[in-house]
Design a protein around this ligand. Structure first.
Ligand SMILES: Cc1ncc(COP(=O)(O)O)c(C=O)c1O
Length: 423
């Protein structure tokens, strides 16, 4: 009997995947020879996570729960998707306000707008994270959630923020995009608030190329995020069941994490603690060994034991001093000397023209013109002068997991000498 089975995925596809890793031509050819005698199985789950007993997505989520202690983890296709899904999970919508820091990647306020709510841009303090006093001032009867962001792997003031949220009965959605594996008082960042969002894009602590995670202990939040990330809640455990209560079924997006990304995530997750331990150790060593001039101080963290440690920050008294430190080949960076790499830096609110000028995806101006909206924040490039001042006095150093104690000692001596010459 002739075989009419269509083999969708063959050795060709696997070889292309292996080639992504830049393997040498010689190794590629050896692998091809091995596979010629042991061809790939055509039933590789179709690279689709559902109805797939070997789903890498399932396995990755389970591993994330085990690692972080989160009750639920939802793998999605980006950190931005995670944020939008989290907004939906928290039932953020038209007329609601969400407090976001004035220093974060544009995706944080953007997710609020995509959820048709209003981002209330709020000052940070010298820990580079949300200032609780400014949060309290910006709370209105429309506030639905606070979105602390653990920028540069530095934990936000979670106790204070959670206390404000509890007082006003609103949710805390952590943007842990830049801080996976970091901790606050012993708990993994992203599991301290009601919902946590992680990015797994190419530049984060660990990556799947593109990817993200929604973390929560709240079954209802998980259910809504799961429904939303999956077009129309097609792949719930019982996909044909009617909703258990209103709010479970609605029209969503397709934010599902591809199986290929989940497979990479499984390998990356095994390295998460190792990476953070390495960078944290160098971060601590540099703070102990570099002698700062009297015009500079370290960026204080809200939990030294929990920082990711891949960025070390120092604050100068003036922008001019930060500019000299950055431009003097010290290895330091920062936007004090003008926006980075000659392009506008999307991490500071004064460049968020989409929000400051309310540029919206549809012409009627939703969500800013929505009849449910209260008084709009007075959006302007000067609305958060404290954040602007802090960001313009900041110099940072990038720390790689490849660095070790020897590197740290050598760099500490060089930076101390460089700064001494300058100030
Ligand atoms: C603070 C913050 N939030 C959200 C995101 C968005 O993540 P993604 O690029 O995976 O969409 C990023 C990415 O840079 C980020 O830094």
């Amino acid at each position: 009997m002739k075989d009419y089975t269509y083999k969708k995925y063959t050795t060709e596809e696997l070889m292309e995947v292996i080639d992504v890793f830049n393997v040498s031509p010689d190794s590629l050819s050896k692998i091809r020879t091995i596979l010629a005698n042991d061809p790939v199985k055509p039933d590789a789950g179709n690279f689709f996570r559902y109805y797939n007993p070997n789903s890498r997505g399932d396995r990755f989520e389970k591993m994330v729960c085990e690692k972080t202690g989160s009750k639920y983890a939802l793998a999605v296709n980006s950190g931005t998707s995670a944020l939008v899904a989290a907004m939906v999970a928290a039932e953020v919508g038209p007329g609601d306000e969400v407090i976001v820091p004035a220093y974060t990647f544009f995706a944080s306020p953007s997710a609020v707008v995509v959820a048709k709510a209003i981002p209330v841009i709020t000052e940070i303090d010298e820990t580079l994270t949300l200032d609780p006093a400014a949060v309290e001032k910006n709370i209105t009867s429309k506030t639905k959630a606070i979105l602390p962001v653990h920028m540069l792997g530095l934990p936000a003031k979670m106790d204070e923020i959670r206390a404000i949220a509890a007082k006003h009965k609103i949710k805390v959605i952590e943007d842990s995009a830049q801080a996976f594996g970091g901790k606050y008082k012993g708990k993994y960042l992203g599991t301290v608030g009601d919902i946590g969002c992680v990015s797994l894009d190419a530049y984060k602590v660990i990556g799947t190329g593109e990817g993200g995670l929604v973390l929560t202990d709240d079954e209802w939040c998980y259910t809504r995020a799961q429904s939303f990330h999956d077009a129309a809640a097609c792949w719930r455990p019982d996909r044909y069941a009617r909703e258990r209560k209103p709010g479970e079924l609605f029209c969503g997006e397709n934010y599902r994490m591809p199986e290929m990304c989940a497979a990479v995530g499984i390998a990356q997750l095994r390295k998460l603690d190792w990476i953070n331990e390495r960078t944290r150790a160098v971060w601590k060593q540099l703070r102990a060994e570099v002698k700062l001039p009297s015009c500079a101080k370290w960026v204080e963290s809200n939990d030294d034991a929990g920082v990711c440690g891949y960025t070390l920050g120092m604050l100068f008294e003036t922008q001019a001093q930060a500019v000299s430190a950055i431009t003097a080949k010290t290895g330091l960076g920062g936007l004090a000397a003008g926006d980075t790499r000659g392009v506008r830096d999307w991490h500071v609110y004064w460049n968020w023209e989409h929000i400051l000028e309310q540029k919206t995806v549809t012409r009627e101006g939703c969500p800013f013109t929505c009849p449910h909206v209260g008084k709009l924040p007075a959006y302007s490039p000067n609305m958060c002068p404290k954040t602007r001042d802090i960001m313009c006095r900041l110099a940072t150093l990038a720390i790689s997991p490849a660095f070790d104690a020897e590197w740290a000692s050598q760099y500490a001596a060089k930076l101390t000498a460089d700064l001494k010459k300058l100030f």
